[in-house]
Write a protein that binds this ligand. Structure first.
Ligand SMILES: *[C@@H]1O[C@H](CO)[C@@H](O)[C@H](O)[C@H]1NC(C)=O
Ligand SMILES: *[C@@H]1O[C@H](CO)[C@@H](O)[C@H](O)[C@H]1NC(C)=O
Ligand SMILES: *[C@@H]1O[C@H](CO)[C@@H](O)[C@H](O)[C@H]1NC(C)=O
Ligand SMILES: *[C@@H]1O[C@H](CO)[C@@H](O)[C@H](O)[C@H]1NC(C)=O
Ligand SMILES: *[C@@H]1O[C@H](CO)[C@@H](O)[C@H](O)[C@H]1NC(C)=O
Length: 314
């Protein structure tokens, strides 16, 4: 009798605790552009600024050694490293959002689509992402060996194994006049965009479609992402350099290779254009378009103080 009473008291306490949910801000990660690293003032300021504006904790996720790996490490490997890192970060274990800057967006989408057993991704903000490819390789402009190597590789046959394995941007270089070679030799973007008809993987589409909110920002005066419409998945039609198709007229969208159309029909996608050059965005535009996706809260079971068994305040 007494034992039964004790047990039901315990049950009451347990079920009471189970009902107490606290809301936690969803943390976010920053994936930086080529030629930069997390410790650069621009990137660390940007991370701090978004943390300040959103009230959610932000972390810049470094891949390898930063600047030189951003040029020379193939994106397949970059995305694998990002996947390993997010799984190890305790702060992200309940889920997180992503803000990508230029090339960092292709690492971001690799993380979303390819990462097995990673924590869930809530929202995704893309700033100047070359999502449908580029027709001009970025030029490395620092002085020194790194740029000699990077620019030298850029002069080689871009779809050769050697360049694909040693120059990150070759993984999303798409020559509209040579789509056959692109589909055959380019090792990253065709897979990420489910472009190869015989190799479309529904898991990638399913994972991308499970995002909650997405914003794709195009920079009106962007001269680094060519064509700049690639930031909205727009690109040249196959074999034709005369005009850029808007995303809604691309096969990726119409045939919904990665779930972008499904997301758009569910009103989860916002396409935004801002004035300014590559990655130059006013604080006001960050507040309007980026910060709302980072302010989301999730409710989570409370973590308890080990002595008092009371919920800890987040
Ligand atoms: C970083 O932010 C600080 C304080 O907000 C500012 O003084 C500094 O100029 C910024 N640096 C860069 C490189 O943006
Ligand atoms: C973020 O907020 C801290 C604390 O108020 C401030 O010192 C810092 O300059 C802010 N940084 C940026 C980049 O806004
Ligand atoms: C690559 O080609 C450009 C244009 O032809 C040339 O100016 C540059 O020196 C070459 N770079 C290397 C490292 O060979
Ligand atoms: C699709 O991708 C998933 C996740 O990486 C993988 O487990 C699966 O084997 C792939 N399917 C095919 C048909 O390649
Ligand atoms: C964009 O480029 C145009 C033409 O070069 C220039 O007039 C304009 O000031 C630029 N706008 C911004 C915000 O950089």
């Amino acid at each position: 009798m007494e034992k039964g009473l004790k047990r039901s008291c315990v049950m009451v306490v347990v079920s009471f605790l189970a009902m107490v949910h606290v809301s936690l801000s969803v943390p976010f990660i920053i994936l930086h552009e080529i030629g930069t690293q997390c410790s650069d003032a621009t990137i660390s300021n940007f991370t701090q600024l978004l943390t300040n504006l959103s009230g959610s904790p932000g972390f810049c996720l470094e891949i390898g050694n930063g600047i030189s790996d951003s040029w020379l490490m193939p994106l397949t490997r970059q995305a694998e490293i990002a996947c390993e890192k997010v799984k190890q970060m305790e702060e992200l274990s309940q889920g997180y959002s992503i803000v990508g800057r230029a090339q960092g967006n292709l690492v971001a989408r690799g993380l979303i689509e390819f990462c097995d057993d990673g924590p869930p991704v809530h929202n995704y903000v893309s700033l100047a992402g070359p999502h449908a490819g580029i027709t001009a390789l970025p030029k490395c402009t620092r002085s020194g060996l790194l740029c000699d190597v990077a620019n030298g590789l850029g002069n080689e046959t871009v779809y050769s194994d050697f360049v694909q394995d040693n120059l990150a941007p070759s993984g999303y270089f798409k020559d509209p006049k040579n789509v056959r070679e692109y589909l055959k030799g380019c090792k990253y973007l065709p897979k990420l965009n489910n472009e190869r008809p015989d190799q479309r993987n529904q898991t990638y589409k399913h994972r991308f479609t499970s995002l909650q909110k997405l914003v794709f920002v195009l920079f009106q005066n962007d001269t680094v992402i060519v064509p700049k419409e690639s930031s909205w998945f727009g690109f040249y039609p196959d074999g034709d350099f005369t005009h850029v198709l808007p995303v809604s007229q691309t096969k990726l969208y119409i045939e919904d290779w990665i779930g972008l159309k499904a997301l758009a029909l569910a009103r989860k996608v916002q396409l935004v254009i801002v004035p300014g050059a590559h990655l130059i965005i006013a604080d006001e535009d960050l507040v309007n378009y980026v910060v709302p996706l980072l302010e989301d809260q999730v409710s989570a079971a409370p973590r308890l103080n080990r002595k008092t068994k009371e919920p800890l305040h987040p």
